[in-house]
Unconditional design. Structure first.
Length: 362
């Protein structure tokens, strides 16, 4: 029976921590050790984590005397503590699905060149109890380095972090999360693994990923621009270190810039139509600053038209133009809000065209 070390960083998620830990303890087919690291929470996380460790011999608890931040906390567990064959980073507000660790380990035991295996994440909102997962095939695929990297550059992050089981020795050889990438470090880490070998993916729900409130506010615009800049830094870092291994790296870079600029164009348009001129200006400046990196003249031209004619005139002519707008038609304003009876899964299964799928339940 193989061993998996699970690092659970916790900051003010004491109310979710018992369910998170229980989801690891109930895993079958593998031996688990758990490290809970409380990063100086202001809630009862410390007391909850300590009590859990006292009741379970395979659970260890640490408490920071000062807040170290999530990147340093991740690296403490993954680089300094983990020693099992495999390891997993699991946020205290997320949880594992039944059989997740055994499925991932089985793939990597059968394919020694695979350094990381992931699966689908089921989005949950504020549920106290974990819902049932939809029945999927439980098949797996081995994705080549080139295909996985191409997806990340062209589409974005291929998976949610609680589904990623990695080889501990490879993790420690590749190093920890980059403190310069606090919001895109997970995607950069997956690309780091993919640059050093193929990636496994299981067609099963491997984890529950908790969604917190997100909306089309100024914070949304600012966060998108921040994340876009970090994604650029993450992708450029991968190309700098391993780009010469892949003949398509130049094309990946161009497609990455185009994707980010198109997304920013969409958000700029939303900001403009909501009357948020400052948000529009910030997005517009981001687009124009990277205009030379991708052929996006039609998008930039549309932004310039909006800027030139002003908001009142745009509201007058917009209904006539709706029929020809095709940018991000399938991207709702709140893509994370789940309707009753809907199950939303995320994670790139290579036989799908998109990363997201929504399933209607009974």
């Amino acid at each position: 029976m193989k061993s998996v070390d699970v690092v659970i960083p916790c900051y003010n998620y004491g109310h979710y921590l018992p369910d998170c830990v229980e989801s690891v303890l109930m895993q079958e087919g593998v031996k688990v050790r758990i490290l809970i690291i409380d990063d100086c929470s202001s809630d009862n996380s410390g007391a909850v984590g300590k009590a859990i460790a006292q009741k379970n011999d395979c659970v260890e608890f640490r408490a920071h005397l000062k807040n170290c931040g999530h990147i340093a906390t991740y690296n403490e567990g993954l680089l300094s503590w983990a020693s099992a064959d495999y390891s997993l980073l699991l946020s205290a507000d997320d949880a594992l699905a039944k059989g997740a660790l055994a499925r991932a380990v089985q793939v990597m035991e059968g394919h020694k060149n695979v350094g990381m295996t992931y699966g689908l994440a089921q989005y949950i909102n504020g549920e106290k109890y974990l819902p049932e997962t939809p029945a999927l095939s439980n098949n797996f695929n081995i994705i080549s380095s080139e295909d996985f990297l191409n997806y990340c550059f062209v589409r974005g992050n291929a998976l949610e972090s609680p589904t990623a089981v990695v080889r501990t020795k490879l993790q420690q050889r590749l190093g920890g999360y980059d403190p310069e990438l606090p919001h895109s470090g997970d995607m950069e880490m997956w690309m780091r693994f993919a640059s050093n070998g193929p990636v496994g993916v299981v067609h099963a729900v491997q984890a529950y990923y908790r969604i917190h409130d997100r909306n089309m506010s100024r914070d949304y615009y600012n966060n998108l621009l921040r994340d876009s800049r970090e994604v650029i830094k993450a992708c450029e870092k991968i190309l700098l270190n391993w780009g010469d291994r892949f003949s398509n790296s130049s094309a990946w870079r161009a497609m990455m810039y185009q994707r980010l600029i198109e997304e920013c164009y969409w958000v700029a348009g939303k900001a403009f139509e909501k009357g948020d001129i400052e948000g529009f200006r910030e997005c517009y400046e981001f687009v124009t600053s990277f205009y030379h990196n991708a052929p996006v003249s039609k998008f930039l031209w549309r932004l310039r038209i909006k800027k030139m004619i002003g908001l009142p005139m745009w509201k007058t002519i917009k209904p006539c133009l709706n029929c020809i707008r095709s940018i991000h038609k399938n991207m709702p304003e709140s893509q994370y809000v789940l309707e009753p009876r809907q199950v939303r899964l995320n994670g790139w299964w290579p036989k799908k065209t998109m990363g997201y799928e929504t399933i209607e339940t009974a």
